[in-house]
Design a protein around this ligand. Structure first.
Ligand code: ZN
Length: 121
């Protein structure tokens, strides 16, 4: 991948990183407020619990994406970005534009999904 594209994806990944970080912070603040709130009404408590669970799940999900993004930024530094981690082929640029932290090319991604669904590793 040439430098121009590397810079492009580096910027994209960093923007995503900031977005996710602020989203996690926001949800953290939500959780803290939820638990600090002195809820008496049963329906308030139920909806607060649901909201808290959702916030928690989103934080977990974002945390995983954050990990992949950091990994991709590292790969940009050592110039291995855009290379499939399974078959060493180049990952399609269009695919990276949709998912800049993709680790695998589309073929390996499908294989990976299939083997995961069958419970194989
Ligand atoms: Zn591949």
């Amino acid at each position: 991948m040439d430098n121009k594209n590397l810079k492009f994806f580096e910027r994209m990944l960093k923007e995503r990183l900031e977005e996710i970080t602020s989203n996690i912070n926001l949800r953290n603040t939500n959780l803290i407020e939820l638990y600090a709130a002195n809820l008496k009404d049963q329906s308030d408590i139920v909806s607060a619990n649901l909201q808290g669970e959702l916030d928690f799940l989103m934080i977990q999900k974002h945390g995983l994406e954050l990990k992949d993004i950091m990994h991709s930024l590292q790969k940009i530094k050592n110039k291995s970005y855009g290379i499939c981690e399974m078959c060493d082929d180049e990952i399609d640029i269009q695919r990276l534009k949709v998912k800049p932290h993709a680790k695998y090319c589309i073929n390996c991604r499908e294989l990976h999904e299939k083997s995961k669904n069958r419970g194989e590793r």
